[in-house]
Design a protein around this ligand. Structure first.
Ligand code: NAD
Ligand code: 13P
Length: 417
């Protein structure tokens, strides 16, 4: 059988960490995957500093700005976005997006959500039509009154099936191989289960000359028939099923549960970033653990209600309370995440979150404030703001139409007397 070539699209803090684990796994499962994993890097000039394991004043590469891809491929360390962590030598940094995805059958999308649409435009026409994707992106795609998950957006933009990975996964801890769990939602159409296509008896063939693609639409996460006409995986490839997906991501220190609820997993990852901003404010105010637990409780209820209300045909409400992508991610992000930390500092220093982000994160990108604005826009279009008081309050406070000190009143349900 033909092996899967895997490409990681994105190389930030989490992108590089996922790249590390995937490359460790492809090296162990060479029956299934090509050993080398391409990692697309948004190229930039970077100066190596003493956070890097390879900082050495006499090394030419440490004497001035260098291409990030050169540094990753020489030091096997992402000195800017994941300093201090050894990356496997079979993880290859590539500044060319189209070259990095060439001939790949598995694409792992992992970059801040604001860059995805532009990236998909660049990818169109350059990927294998039968490729399958996994989105590790935490965010939602809002266009005026419509909302979609990035797995769906990627699927529609590129005409492929895309699942979602999300969990309680602060990148640095995972990269240091401290134990964590994650949830992967992967629910490909039935055509991906290995029933032989007519091409099988002729041996390997290019994609689907015998398959009527118009019959291969699948359901999107809202339960409606998707516009995407999927191309079947050619029969010479091993199927990309739950087992394959698990082999690609699971590590001794990174336990994977594969489920089918793409909507629940994606929404958990996106919405908890908004709750983390409120939790950071509460910690910045010095209100203690009870206050933060209250924010998290209300946040969890709103996350679950959001799924039930807007993705009623597919979301499994239990995902929010049972899976790492739900309550566990909420807890970890409200304790040690970047959204929480920057929101906390913004209150303590009386500065905007954006100012703190620029100063503290060295190019890493917060998702919480932007997601709060996007979700509030969507809720407004649905006239549903009053049913999501915490999600709405975070947006209003960020816009200067309220104060974090007023959160207890702002999240009180209207009919509570
Ligand atoms: P990051 O916060 O480290 O962001 C920096 C990345 O953005 C860099 O790779 C940079 O090259 C890239 N970038 C900057 N400008 C760009 C542009 N114009 N076009 C394309 N790329 C550009 O990113 P991350 O931590 O890898 O996050 C990716 C996703 O993973 C996010 O949705 C995040 O919520 C999620 N996530 C992050 C963590 C974490 O702990 N970092 C954990 C789980 C999930
Ligand atoms: P932050 O982006 O707030 O650091 O959250 C990381 C995360 O998603 C942990 O699961």
């Amino acid at each position: 059988a033909r092996k899967h070539k895997v490409t990681i699209i994105g190389s930030g803090n989490w992108g590089s960490t996922i790249g590390k684990m995937v490359a460790e796994n492809t090296a162990e499962h060479t029956d299934l995957f090509e050993r080398d994993v391409q990692m697309w890097v948004y190229e930039e000039d970077v100066e190596v500093d003493n956070k890097s394991k390879h900082y050495n004043e006499s090394n030419e590469l440490c004497k001035g700005p260098q291409k990030l891809t050169t540094l990753v491929n020489t030091f096997h360390e992402n000195v800017k976005y994941l300093p201090g962590i050894d990356l496997p030598h079979n993880l290859i940094a590539n500044p060319s997006l189209t070259d990095a995805v060439k001939n790949s059958s598995i694409l792992v999308f992992n970059l801040p959500h604001q860059f995805i649409l532009n990236l998909c435009k660049q990818l169109r026409g350059h990927i294998k039509p039968f490729a399958r994707g996994i989105s590790c992106i935490k965010g939602v795609n809002v266009k005026e009154s419509s909302i979609s998950l990035f797995s769906e957006t990627i699927g529609e933009e590129l005409g492929i099936y895309c699942g979602a990975l999300s969990g309680a996964n602060i990148a640095k801890e995972v990269a240091e191989e401290k134990f964590s769990e994650t949830t992967i939602a992967y629910d490909p159409p039935p055509m991906d289960s290995r029933t032989p296509t007519p091409a099988t008896s002729q041996g390997p063939s290019p994609v689907s000359s015998h398959v009527d693609l118009t019959k291969l639409a699948h359901k999107d996460v809202s339960g409606k028939p998707s516009k995407v006409r999927l191309h079947p995986l050619p029969s010479e490839y091993q199927p990309i099923d739950h087992e394959t997906i698990k082999k690609l991501f699971h590590r001794r220190y990174f336990h994977v549960r594969v489920v089918s609820d793409v909507a629940g997993v994606s929404l958990g990852g996106a919405l908890k970033n908004i709750v983390a901003v409120a939790a950071g404010w509460v910690d910045g105010l010095g209100w203690g653990d009870n206050a933060k637990a209250a924010i998290m409780r209300v946040g969890l209820l709103e996350m679950r209600e959001f799924g039930n209300r807007f993705f009623p045909n597919t979301v499994q409400p239990d995902t929010f309370t049972v899976e790492s992508a739900g309550v566990a991610d909420l807890i970890t992000t409200c304790s040690g995440g970047r959204n929480h930390r920057c929101a906390k500092l913004s209150i303590q220093e009386g500065k905007s979150i954006e100012e703190i982000e620029a100063r503290e994160l060295n190019g890493q990108k917060l998702q919480g404030a932007m997601t709060a604005h996007e979700v509030a826009t969507f809720l407004k279009s649905q006239k549903a703001e009053k049913d999501f008081p915490l999600l709405t309050a975070v947006h209003n406070i960020l816009e200067g139409r309220g104060k974090a000190e007023d959160l207890p009143d702002l999240i009180e349900p209207e009919d509570s007397g």
